[in-house]
Design a protein around this ligand. Structure first.
Ligand SMILES: *Cc1c(COP(=O)(O)O)cnc(C)c1O
Length: 424
């Protein structure tokens, strides 16, 4: 029933005197008119603010932005400008980061199944280090490093056997995980010994990441305690404690700040020698709340005694999270951001699936009608980056707004783009 809470919106979101919402000094309705819908609007200042908070809490060089949350060349440039490093998990992510002008030695290569091609690419370009995930990869990397006559800095990804108390698909630190070397069964120690015997691979440290969207950072703290007790006796210089700091998607949620996360990480690593580098890898916490998606309502359908449907001009192709994780979102009208939201509706997309749901139970203003703009905040992470062309829907445009200026960082796809992969 309450209006949308401003704390869920990007930092520069403002209700203008005339009653409409602006972000970065740009009226949302004007952006929708100029660039069309669906439209991703990113608040550049918000992203920079989160980068600066992370840098203040951990030291800029120790913050590695997880690019899978959202990546394009402008995003890579921005994060690099703020002094952060970039975590890339595929050759494609590395290519985009390098294309943005980010030096390879500001990139860290991740991934549980890196191909030989990806390893060749990363070593040729000179990434800062490679996070090795399996015994098979150790063997492959040894071979590739030998081919280049290179010394390669590596971290080993360790699975500490800790539950992240988050959705099963995004919790990665438990024993039953496809990621990393298990601590409990001795694999982790065996991997350390294997790398130490190698003349090509230089073990700089360990890495772990227990899961994503963690709202109770004490869980992250406990996982770090477990890792620290394994890490400390090895005398290594570099410990990465992963990402996972959650964000509030809906009014009932509250997320810790970067600063609070920093306090937990510092406390959990306080017993380590002062020269140990402690790195973090936030993705979602940097970008999720920096953006919102703006849709246009196309149809409404009331089924008396059952429910009301509101269909927008996007859906699972621009935000698969509700379908994948059952994630919740809020919705509001950017032309009436102070409006009460008394109507309960299901917001759905335009795809040929009943599961194509944007919000299962949304509260929306009584004024919502066909043609209205409807916005979903906190869509900056794992939305556009997971977008697809399902139903041959063209991907939305992405704009960065700042100081009254909007710039397109990803243009809207056209029908012609749907043919670009044809062989002739
Ligand atoms: C996904 C991922 C991250 C980022 O997770 P967030 O929840 O977005 O902070 C960091 N490190 C690794 C290894 C990841 O896979």
């Amino acid at each position: 029933m309450d209006p949308i809470e401003l704390r869920l919106l990007p930092d520069t979101a403002l209700i203008e005197p005339a009653g409409e919402l602006s972000i970065g000094g740009c009226l949302v309705s004007s952006l929708a008119a100029q660039f069309g819908t669906p439209l991703f609007i990113y608040d550049e200042q918000h992203i920079r603010n989160r980068c600066r908070e992370a840098a203040e809490s951990f030291g800029a060089g120790n913050v590695v932005y997880a690019t899978k949350a959202f990546l394009c060349t402008e995003m890579a440039k921005l994060v690099h400008e703020e002094g952060l490093m970039l975590d890339v998990a595929t050759g494609g992510e590395l290519f985009v980061a390098l294309s943005a002008g980010v030096p390879a030695n500001r990139c860290v290569l991740h991934g549980n199944n890196k191909s030989a091609d990806e390893l060749h690419y990363a070593i040729r370009e000179g990434v800062h280090h490679i996070v090795v995930d399996s015994f098979d990869e150790l063997e492959r990397l040894e071979h590739v490093a030998g081919f280049h006559g290179a010394q390669v800095n590596v971290q080993l990804r360790i699975t500490p056997g800790v539950h992240a108390h988050t959705h099963e698909f995004v919790s990665t630190g438990q024993d039953d995980s496809k990621f990393g070397f298990n601590m409990g069964n001795g694999d982790a120690m065996q991997a350390v010994e294997t790398v130490r015997r190698s003349s090509r691979l230089n073990l700089i440290g360990l890495h772990f990441h227990i899961g994503s969207n963690v709202l109770d950072i004490e869980h992250l703290g406990k996982a770090i305690d477990v890792m620290v007790s394994f890490f400390a006796p090895l005398g290594l210089s570099d410990l990465t404690v992963g990402g996972g700091l959650g964000v509030a998607y809906v009014a009932s949620e509250h997320a810790p700040t970067m600063e609070q996360w920093g306090t937990v990480v510092r406390r959990a690593t306080a017993s380590l020698p002062k020269d140990v580098v402690v790195r973090v890898e936030p993705g979602r916490a940097i970008v999720a709340s920096s953006a919102m998606t703006v849709y246009t309502v196309g149809t409404q359908k009331d089924i008396p005694g059952v429910r009301s449907y509101v269909a927008v001009d996007g859906g699972m192709s621009d935000n698969p999270r509700p379908m994948m994780y059952g994630s919740g979102y809020e919705a509001f009208m950017p032309t009436l951001p102070s409006a009460l939201r008394p109507r309960n509706v299901r917001v759905v997309g335009k795809h040929c699936e009943s599961g194509d749901i944007v919000i299962e139970e949304a509260q929306v203003p009584a004024e919502l009608e066909v043609g209205s703009l409807l916005a979903t905040p906190v869509t900056g992470a794992y939305g556009y980056s997971m977008a697809s062309n399902y139903n041959m829907v063209t991907k939305p445009a992405v704009v960065f707004v700042k100081d009254g200026q909007a710039r397109v960082v990803r243009r809207r796809e056209t029908y012609e783009d749907l043919l670009t992969l044809n062989p002739n």
